[in-house]
Design a protein around this ligand. Structure first.
Ligand code: GDP
Ligand code: GDP
Length: 454
């Protein structure tokens, strides 16, 4: 049965984790309320409901495993980016840009009962430049009468509108057939590590020293700094040699030119952070060590961890540290970072250059963890030892057994555990903790999902 379970979710049971290919990515883009979540749930069907993410650990709110006719793909719901009404147009356009950079196919959803709005048209302008295939989904076509409204969406210039009712399922099978036809043989390699420098996002709230650090790195090292020319779609990146290796610092336009957000609106800062992280393999989160760790700092850390990127925490402005401040900082770190004890911390000064040479080794360690694939044999030998030494507690007279595990993908490492019943969140956290003790994963989030054998 394990083989058939795996086949059903599109994993070749004979393939070792080392040879498992990442699935192509299908992104769902559109305004609020057009029916993105409904469509995502429709595509995922009931099977997705048995996938249990570890609560509070490394939940992924935006990507899901999906399959249709035995073909596996990753569904990316960009709906999580939705802001308040004021930033709506910017947000849909950002979703679209993000999707074009990171997905293999984009599903652009329009509410047919409303028709194309100005916001839709703004997103379309971006999407029409895409090399990525874009499928126009005319949602809320609940009956045949509404199909003529769907046909009106030809005017958007994205080709044929596919009429669907995400709510009732009408047309969704046909849509998925079209999606499969548009999927590339092999997914696009967003995170190509060979063939190009690894991608780093320097993130942190305003004034923590991101631009100072970038300038310091660029000056200190005998470096070549290029600005890779940008369009609206490709923000400007800087390629800098750090620790004897080239790194691509993504989305650095604003930093190097020292253009500051005049408004300083936290909402836009957070969107920019999101888009830099999405384009990166690793996030270096800067904090100002001389100031109290704020809620915004914590949100940014959470954002990087939940995005599934490798992480390094850089405590900047260490030259300003006093003994007093040091005392309180230790307390704050204890309180705020208990949930991510696996993140490496470096204490630097972008101003004096203190410990800036620790950055490259920390990034290498984190990325090596992020890339890790544990062979299936080794994983299962380890897991059966853990499970027999520490069996799952009995709940309501039942004791779920752990049957088998596999690493579904790397970057970050994702594991699926097959069981005979519901697994306690506490037990999953125990497994994650033991996994980290035995396999390391320093600097990388890991994800563990559970699938119950039916
Ligand atoms: P999102 O904000 O784009 O994720 O939109 P939701 O999936 O939350 O849907 C917004 C509203 O539209 C909800 O009330 C859904 O029930 C409704 N909706 C979604 N798809 C359909 C559909 O195909 N037909 C109809 N009539 N309503 C739909
Ligand atoms: P950004 O908004 O995150 O890009 O921050 P900046 O790099 O513009 O830095 C904000 C302010 O902090 C500037 O006045 C910098 O000179 C100062 N700064 C940055 N790094 C350090 C540091 O390590 N030590 C000290 N003392 N000041 C710093």
């Amino acid at each position: 049965w394990v083989a058939s379970e795996l086949a059903e979710i599109g994993i070749d049971p004979d393939a070792d984790a080392d040879t498992l290919a990442p699935a192509p990515v299908v992104a769902v883009v559109g305004r609020p309320n057009v029916g993105k979540s409904t469509l995502v749930n429709r595509i995922l069907g009931r099977r997705a409901a048995v996938v249990q993410d570890v609560p509070g650990v490394t939940r992924d709110r935006v990507t899901y495993d999906a399959s249709w006719n035995g073909r596996r793909f990753t569904l990316m719901d960009t709906g999580g980016w939705e802001p308040d009404a004021s930033g709506m147009a910017a947000s849909v356009t950002l979703q679209a840009e993000h999707a074009m950079r990171n997905a293999d196919v984009v599903l652009f959803i329009v509410d047919t009962s409303v028709g194309a709005t100005v916001t839709d048209e703004q997103a379309v302008r971006v999407l029409r430049k895409a090399k990525t295939p874009v499928i126009l989904v005319a949602n809320k076509v609940d009956d045949a009468r509404a199909e003529s409204d769907a046909a009106a969406l030809w005017s958007l210039g994205l080709g044929e509108p596919y009429p669907v009712s995400a709510l009732h399922g009408r047309g969704s099978g046909d849509l998925l057939d079209v999606v499969l036809e548009s999927l590339p043989e092999a997914p696009r390699e967003t995170y190509r590590s060979y063939g190009g420098p690894r991608r780093v996002a320097l993130v942190g709230r305003p004034n923590v020293g991101k631009s100072s650090l970038l300038n310091k790195l660029a000056k200190e090292e005998r470096s070549v700094v290029h600005d890779v020319a940008g369009t609206t779609v490709d923000p400007v990146d800087s390629i800098v040699e750090v620790g004897g290796e080239m790194w691509r610092f993504v989305d650095t336009a604003g930093m190097r030119k020292r253009v500051k957000d005049a408004s300083g609106a936290e909402y836009y800062a957070s969107l920019r952070t999101a888009s830099a992280i999405e384009a990166a393999e690793i996030g270096v989160v800067l904090l100002d060590a001389s100031e109290v760790i704020s809620e915004q700092d914590q949100r940014i850390i959470t954002q990087v961890v939940e995005s599934g990127r490798a992480v390094v925490l850089a405590m900047n402005k260490w030259d300003l540290m006093s003994e007093d401040r040091r005392y309180y900082l230790d307390r704050e770190l204890e309180r705020d970072l208990v949930r991510i004890p696996w993140v490496q911390r470096i204490n630097i000064s972008a101003k004096t250059g203190r410990a800036v040479d620790k950055l490259a080794p920390a990034m290498r360690t984190a990325l090596a963890s992020w890339d890790t694939r544990v062979p299936t044999g080794k994983l299962n030998a380890w897991l059966s030892e853990i499970a027999s030494a520490h069996p799952h507690p009995v709940r309501s007279g039942k004791q779920p057994r752990i049957l088998f595990a596999t690493q579904a993908s790397a970057r970050p490492p994702r594991f699926i555990i097959f069981t005979t019943g519901f697994i306690d969140a506490q037990y999953l956290r125990f497994i994650e903790r033991r996994m980290r003790e035995d396999f390391g994963f320093i600097g990388s989030p890991i994800r563990i999902s559970v699938r119950e054998r039916k």
